[in-house]
Design a protein around this ligand. Structure first.
Ligand code: SF4
Ligand code: SF4
Length: 279
């Protein structure tokens, strides 16, 4: 991970940009701060301008997320535009809707636990729909498991259950935003989970870099400028996603998206073959 001086030095050009294409979602997960039915999404043309802006900065990896991005009828048009800018496209979905009409370079499908846990958190039938949709996708797909008090004891069984349906497993950790139900793990629990994920990587394709897993729970700031984030209203944050919502508290944060992209921004990263986005 970056040394103390590097952590505070801004990264000149973001390595990747995450675009939260919509405030809408067909699910209603308790800790989620991004769904907001009262706010209006940016139109297609505005997203194309934003993507072009990052394309001109030679940002080569783009992530489309939400809300649930497949709720946008122009999703394919927006993804094609990103590809025309030479970008590798990652599409993040909750997996409850048909994914077959889309052709990103990589799918990332979020899972909250085994069937009973997932359905309790995301609605009856959500787990079976997710498995069905995963089975129909022929493009590279990672399952994203965001660990919390609700699911951290299930990761071994979850990997077993989904191993035939996913190409890789990517782990992150719930950040407890203020004013929402708290379910985030303590630093010690995150460290312990990291050791278990490292053991899992002997059997399954774990996408996380070992350096991220070994640093869990330490609470130092990452280099958040390595990832640019655009919210569904068009606010661009060259930095911490948490900062779009509230004052960030790094001691609570082990968000893989930022901490792993920070690793890539380290001068040592050129020695690694690992890349956090698109195969
Ligand atoms: S599926 Fe994702 S975007 Fe939708 S409510 Fe849950 S966490 Fe939020
Ligand atoms: S809150 Fe998380 S993403 Fe934000 S600067 Fe701290 S470690 Fe990085």
């Amino acid at each position: 991970m970056a040394g103390p001086a590097e952590r505070f030095r801004p990264v000149k050009r973001p390595f990747a940009v995450a675009c939260k294409l919509t405030f809408r979602c067909n699910l209603d997960c308790g800790p989620c701060p991004w769904k907001d039915p009262h706010r209006k999404d940016l139109p297609t043309g505005a997203w194309k301008d934003i993507i072009r802006h990052f394309g001109e900065q030679r940002v080569r990896h783009i992530v489309f997320e939400g809300g649930e991005p497949t709720l946008r009828s122009d999703l394919n048009e927006i993804m094609s535009h990103a590809k025309s800018q030479g970008m590798r496209v990652n599409l993040v979905s909750n997996g409850t809707r048909d994914l077959a009409p889309y052709a990103p370079d990589r799918f990332v499908v979020s899972v909250d636990g085994l069937k009973a846990t997932h359905d309790r958190l995301r609605g009856q039938g959500a787990y079976d729909r997710l498995k069905e949709n995963l089975s129909r996708v022929k493009i590279y797909k990672d399952v994203l498991i965001c660990l919390s008090r609700e699911n951290h004891q299930e990761i071994e069984d979850l990997c077993e259950d989904l191993s035939g349906l996913a190409d890789g497993f990517w782990f992150s950790f719930v950040y407890d935003y203020g004013g929402r139900p708290s379910c985030g793990l303590s630093p010690d629990e995150r460290r312990e989970a990291g050791q278990r994920i490292l053991r899992l990587s002997r059997k399954f394709h774990v996408v996380n870099h070992p350096a991220y897993l070994r640093e869990l729970g330490k609470g130092a700031p990452c280099r958040p400028t390595a990832l640019a984030v655009v919210d569904a209203g068009g606010r661009i944050a060259r930095g911490c996603t948490v900062g779009l919502v509230e004052e960030p508290d790094c001691r609570r944060c082990d968000l893989a998206c930022h901490r792993e992209v920070s690793l890539y921004a380290s001068p040592w990263s050129r020695l690694w073959s690992w890349r956090p986005f698109s195969p």
